[in-house]
Design a protein around this ligand. Structure first.
Ligand code: CP
Ligand code: NVA
Length: 314
């Protein structure tokens, strides 16, 4: 049996994302307890603050029970294979969510659940891989929707590394027909094929440039992220050099729309990818964005559990 898995934003359609975001704005009590008597296994090969806390709370708010384990405790592909882990956890839990170094591991876990000799309906969810961070993308869209009402045609700029967070933001932006602008150093931006893919998904416009100021000009939402993602620590010195001119500064924000907001998934490194006066200033939405991680996670888990806004007594 093939179960539903969410490894990338594009595993959800635009209509499904709209439903998830609508559910995310419902009061938790209105959603009932669709996870009563069920669990969620949360596996972390890398550190986390927001993702672990928001997923545990979302499961709890929906009446379920989260169990978190760290990578060294589970020994993914060391103590036992990702496939065996997934097949076993699929018998205990409604959700298997994992933060992994290698996206391929998530694909293997989903395939193992689908081909297990004992059928389960467990859903595998990506809590961040080297490829994407769909839970972050949902929260980012939720925060921009709260701010602007609609993402259609919204001018979204990404400055820095076209990484896991950038890809999920770009995908959800494209599915909402947003206007996407990427300001990234040579070799660290989206490839022409990736830009074509984003256009095919529905992006109103795509622009990739090595000039961050060009990307930010008249943007309504300016996003960035760390220059050194988890797992890239060996490249830190070289990356700090490569990205030195890509800090989001007040001068850069002055080029954006006068009502532009600044967004960052956190953790942030003040004085590197963003100036303190920007992330701690009035245009910053990073704390509300971080809080939206909980609402988006709850919306997604409720949706995957079969809850629909139309069926709620609101
Ligand atoms: N934004 C995000 O995923 O944060 P954590 O790494 O703290 O979970
Ligand atoms: N791009 C960062 C995001 C952290 C939430 C990383 O992968 O480390």
């Amino acid at each position: 049996m093939t179960a539903r898995h969410v490894l990338n934003i594009t595993d959800l359609s635009s209509a499904e994302i709209a439903e998830v975001l609508d559910l995310a704005t419902c009061a938790p009590d209105a959603l009932g307890a669709p996870l009563a008597g069920q669990g969620a296994a949360l596996l972390f090969e890398k550190p986390s603050n927001r993702t672990r806390q928001s997923m545990e709370m979302a499961v709890f708010q929906l009446g379920g029970h989260p169990i978190t384990t760290r990578g060294e405790e589970v020994g993914l592909d060391a103590r036992e294979t990702a496939e065996d882990i997934a097949r076993i956890l699929g018998g205990y839990h409604r959700f298997i969510a994992a933060r992994v170094f290698d996206h391929e591991v998530l694909i293997r876990m989903a395939a193992a659940v689908d081909t297990s000799s004992v059928t389960t309906s467990a859903t595998v969810i990506n809590m961040l891989s080297d490829r994407s961070h769909p839970l972050q993308g949902l929260a980012d869209a939720l925060q921009m929707r709260r701010e602007f009402g609609d993402l259609r045609g919204l001018r979204i700029a990404w400055v820095g590394d076209y990484n896991n967070v950038a890809r999920s933001l770009a995908e959800i932006g494209a599915l909402h027909n947003a206007d996407l602008r990427f300001g990234c150093p040579e070799g660290f931006g989206p490839t022409p094929e990736e830009l074509q893919r984003l256009s095919s998904l529905g992006a109103a416009k795509v622009l990739a440039t090595t000039d961050p100021n060009e990307a930010v000009r008249e943007a309504q939402a300016v996003h960035t992220d760390t220059w050194v993602s988890m797992g890239q620590e060996d490249e830190k010195a070289a990356r700090l050099q490569t990205f030195a001119d890509f800090q989001v500064t007040a001068a850069m924000m002055a080029l954006a729309d006068p009502d532009a907001i600044f967004m960052h998934c956190l953790p942030a490194y003040r004085g590197l990818e963003v100036a303190a006066e920007v992330i701690d200033g009035p245009q910053s939405r990073v704390i509300a964005q971080g809080h939206d991680r909980l609402h988006a996670a709850r919306g997604l888990l409720a949706f995957l559990s079969g809850v629909r806004v139309g069926g709620l007594a609101l």
